[in-house]
Design a protein around this ligand. Structure first.
Ligand code: ZN
Ligand code: ZN
Ligand code: ZN
Length: 284
């Protein structure tokens, strides 16, 4: 079946869909929507009034409207489409995206049975009910529901069950709380990374500091939500830079700085510590 035929088949079953380009990513915004200059679509977090008929704004382009899906404008996108994505939240669903075999083992031990769709290296577990999305709620586990897209990889097998509280809890524990001054100061009082602790590191001080600064900037940019997930990703990225070093590289101190930055934008310290520890361990 062509990507468009698959998409129409889903749309008539009330599943909002969009085409994905090469790399299995959404198409970029058109020139009018570039950098969100249009203000964004009404369904987006930064709700605007954009009614752009192009496939703009990632997941927010997903639609069940067959006239849009079959429009001349979208025909060009479908011709280049490499895959079909859907907006799980818009269909009242949540996808627990398990990226690898370890994550699948965890799900089998922890979560209620439901419909399962095999993916390249893992599985999508699909539940009835929508929730807030979040990346890296555990090593190799993303929650894709509202304001997210998931690749359509076929209907899978099994009967969908209701979204378990255990899945909701994975995201809720990451909800940011108001920053408490004493927490911030206790964290930022810790020692920062410097070359003297990294006696077995192959990299220059500049290389390590540049990686760290880029990572901290990413965490700081997530002031509304997702800073905990970002901290996990940054910790994993930093640890990966040193997988071929004989060590020690002072990774724990780099991790402390990521934790301090995440806490400074409102992530609870216990969550930030866990996310960073998982991130550092995940790269090994
Ligand atoms: Zn546009
Ligand atoms: Zn727009
Ligand atoms: Zn190193």
């Amino acid at each position: 079946m062509s990507a468009l035929a698959t998409a129409l088949d889903l749309a008539v079953r009330a599943v909002p869909v969009l085409p994905l380009r090469a790399g299995k990513l959404p198409f970029g915004n058109c020139t009018r929507c570039a950098d969100n200059a249009c203000g964004g679509r009404p369904t987006m977090k930064s709700a605007g009034t954009c009614t752009c008929p192009n496939v703009c704004h990632g997941w927010a382009a997903a639609t069940t409207d067959t006239a849009t899906l079959t429009s001349a404008l979208w025909a060009g996108y479908w011709r280049q489409a490499q895959a079909v994505a859907y907006h799980p939240g818009g269909a009242g669903l949540t996808v627990v995206d398990l990226d690898d075999a370890d994550a699948v083992v965890w799900a089998r031990q922890t979560l209620a049975a439901t419909r399962i769709v095999p993916t390249t290296r893992g599985e999508h577990w699909i539940y009835l009910g929508a929730m807030r999305s979040a990346n890296a709620v555990r090593p190799g586990v993303d929650i894709k529901s509202t304001m997210q897209y998931a690749r359509w990889l076929g209907p899978g097998a099994g009967i969908m069950s209701r979204l378990p509280d255990a899945v909701r809890a994975l995201v809720e524990r990451e909800e940011t709380t108001p920053v408490r001054e004493e927490v911030v100061s206790s964290v930022s009082g810790r020692t920062e990374w410097d070359r003297s602790v990294a006696t077995g590191c192959r990299h220059t001080e500049r290389y390590v500091r540049t990686g760290l600064e880029r990572g901290l900037a990413l965490v700081r940019a997530r002031t509304e939500s997702g800073a905990g997930s970002q901290a996990f990703g940054v910790a994993q990225f930093l640890a990966k830079q040193h997988t071929t070093c004989p060590g020690p590289c002072g990774l724990n101190l780099l991790g402390q700085q990521v934790i301090a930055t995440a806490v400074s934008v409102g992530v609870p310290e216990s969550y930030a510590s866990r996310a960073v520890a998982n991130g550092l361990a995940g790269a090994a």
